[in-house]
Design a protein around this ligand. Structure first.
Ligand code: SF4
Length: 257
């Protein structure tokens, strides 16, 4: 049975408003209905998810797809493929994703760590408590909270809440958290939104939650928000009809003729 995500000590002080958590759950419910199942992560294996989680850092997904296609052509989308491949070749294949020297080294480090501590088995990694696996992932080069949680959720099917820039924008613009919230605070709010859901439904919900947040972020909640057409615009009524701190651009006044 899937366990409820533990509240880490760093998050204990990150108390969030129950009302705001309920609002975020309502936003998710609305988006899940709007988009339907999105079937994330777009990958054919758990290890391909992990490669994608590393490569997508600071990069558009379209660039990641080109790198993944290169790796596929070289049969390198497996642990064995990355293990055997010289790092010089690996960095050339992942070049479209940018930061290839750092990302190639990080991928090699992940495989070496998995080999040393889990006999090269993702199933063995998935069998340890989520918080332990998360701490170990965070100790690896090139792994921050977003990458660690994406690996836990989408590759290892653990109830880890993925927090990204898109979610930060949505929760701050809707006044659910104040400006510049810490990662832990956003994660606490998002986990609290699913407090009343059955533990064995959390992996499915967290999977869909991150997927719909990314869709909203890519299409509407951009650096300059496009609220007029956004499916979440209904919630702005809670905060006076426009997003907090980052209003849509004003219409340019017409020159007087
Ligand atoms: S674009 Fe506007 S309505 Fe949509 S999520 Fe962002 S702030 Fe909310």
């Amino acid at each position: 049975m899937t366990s409820r995500p533990a509240q880490r000590s760093s998050r204990e002080s990150a108390a969030v408003s129950a009302d705001h958590a309920r609002r975020l759950r309502a936003l998710y419910r609305h988006l899940a209905k709007h988009f339907g199942p999105l079937g994330w992560w777009p990958a054919e294996s758990a290890f391909e998810v992990i490669i994608g989680a590393y490569l997508t850092q600071n990069t558009a997904w379209t660039s990641v797809e080109r790198s993944i296609a290169n790796l596929r052509a070289y049969s390198a989308l497996t642990l064995e493929g990355v293990r055997k491949m010289p790092v010089e070749t690996l960095l050339l294949l992942i070049r479209p994703s940018g930061y290839m020297i750092r990302k190639a080294a990080a991928l090699k480090a992940f495989v070496a760590w998995l080999d040393a501590h889990y006999a090269g088995s993702l199933d063995a990694l998935a069998s340890v408590p989520m918080e332990q696996a998360r701490l170990e992932l965070l100790a690896l080069p090139g792994v921050g909270p977003e990458t660690a949680d994406a690996i836990l959720l989408y590759a290892l099917h653990q109830p880890a809440m993925v927090v990204d820039e898109y979610l930060r924008r949505i929760v701050t613009r809707h006044g659910l958290l104040h400006a510049k919230p810490r990662h832990e605070k956003i994660q606490s709010l998002a986990v609290a939104a699913f407090h009343d859901d059955a533990p064995n439904s959390l992996v499915r919900h967290f999977n869909e939650f991150h997927a719909v947040v990314v869709e909203v972020g890519k299409r509407w909640c951009r650096p300059v928000p496009r609220c007029a057409d956004c499916p979440l615009a209904f919630d702005l009524a809670h905060i006076g009809g426009k997003p907090v701190g980052n209003a849509p651009p004003a219409t340019k006044p017409k020159p007087i003729s």
